[in-house]
Design a protein around this ligand. Structure first.
Ligand SMILES: [Cu+2]
Length: 376
């Protein structure tokens, strides 16, 4: 291990030491939040049933019931933080990603309102950086961020009550390093379903046949003097250059599920005519505007919170950065649908696009070619 690397690693662990000028203002509350546990009254939840959930890689979602069965439970999850190199595009552009459980985004967790989420967060010794997790669905201690700061070789267990229904972002937020970790891929989402399942807000149940999770990610890969994307030995080596690109607010890549083309071709999301599909879409850092080309959002919770009445028949919906949204759609025609961020530059030039491959019979009433393109 070189001296330079040692310094880099120690500096990374110190976090705030290399924070930008503004970061200390944002992270000042950590010290206060860390005092919170001392004042907590221990809660006896030993009477509650426990269930252990195995998470699966996005765009797929672990098995779950849409309506809660019985009373509140403690739902146990385990996530292992993986620092790993990812290839972002066909040109072989590399990024030293930081991930929850190895994927960008991290897995979608599903519970019901008033269940308890109990997460074991593991930072293996093989990692080089300090990490934690801030759940936007949790209340107190920076969303759990203050109680889960783990160095390589450590783990922490956080339990919180999921009191709000909806889809919510979670992300890493270590002191002084928050945007770097989030834009290196360290974010995901949790879905807290109402105990009675989803409705249209007027008494009609909305039961989905399939749910897919799309995590949109902006990356900021530095270029050399010739305009080629640079490669680095370690995340630490890339830090200063990456931060400089981040401060331009101009991403080099905006992608769905970790890479350009991760949800196209063979990896297209599958559906059939007549199927009701729930699309959960998160963006932990930037605004986005999902659009299904040739389809709609029949019921859309733009900011993802299920106790609000969903918007009907949307063409494009807006998800503010730091938010997960959800759209419910019944496919009516077969074919390949592009699902994009309808900033079309981000979709076509930077990568924010996926496909739905839908099987079934064509409905001529909905659309027909009265005259195929031909000579005038
Ligand atoms: Cu992290």
């Amino acid at each position: 291990m070189t001296d330079q690397f040692q310094v880099t690693r120690r500096t990374m662990l110190a976090g705030a030491a290399i924070a930008s000028a503004v970061a200390p203002i944002v992270t000042a509350t950590f010290a206060q939040a860390e005092e919170a546990p001392a004042k907590m009254n221990p809660t006896d939840l030993s009477h509650l049933p426990r269930v252990k959930v195995e998470l699966v890689k996005p765009p797929f979602v672990h098995e779950h019931t849409q309506k809660a069965e019985g009373g509140p439970k403690i739902v146990e999850f385990t996530m292992t933080i993986e620092e790993k190199k990812l290839i972002l595009d066909d040109a072989g552009t590399e990024v030293h990603a930081m991930t929850f459980d190895g994927s960008v985004p991290g897995p979608l967790m599903v519970v019901h309102q008033n269940d308890y989420v109990e997460l074991t967060l593991i930072n293996p010794e093989t990692n080089t950086l300090q990490h934690n997790i801030d759940f936007h669905s949790a209340t107190g201690a920076l969303g759990g961020g203050a109680l889960t700061i783990v160095n390589p070789g450590e783990k922490a267990i956080l339990r919180f009550k999921a009191t709000k229904a909806g889809v919510f972002v979670y992300h890493c937020a270590p002191p002084g390093m928050v945007p770097w970790h989030v834009t290196s891929g360290m974010n995901g989402a949790i879905m807290v379903l109402p105990r009675e399942g989803l409705t249209d807000g007027h008494g009609k149940e909305l039961v989905y046949d399939k749910v897919y999770y799309v995590g949109e990610q902006d990356f900021y890969v530095p270029k050399d003097e010739k305009g080629n994307y640079k490669k680095y030995e370690t995340a630490g080596d890339a830090y200063a250059d990456t931060l400089a690109v981040m401060r331009t607010l101009t991403p080099s890549h905006v992608v769905f599920n970790g890479a350009v083309g991760a949800l196209t071709g063979e990896n297209a999301l599958k559906a059939a005519v007549g199927e009701k599909v729930l699309i959960v879409h998160s963006q932990a850092n930037r605004d986005t505007r999902p659009h299904l080309i040739g389809g709609h959002g029949d019921y859309v919770w733009q900011t993802g919170k299920f106790n609000n009445v969903p918007d009907r028949d949307q063409e494009t919906w807006f998800i503010p950065g730091g938010t997960a949204g959800a759209a419910f759609y019944t496919f009516e025609q077969p074919g390949i649908y592009a699902y994009v961020n309808h900033n079309l530059i981000e979709a076509f030039e930077l990568g924010a696009a996926g496909h739905f491959a839908v099987t079934g019979d064509w409905n001529d009433d909905l659309m027909t070619a009265v005259l195929a393109p031909s000579q005038v």
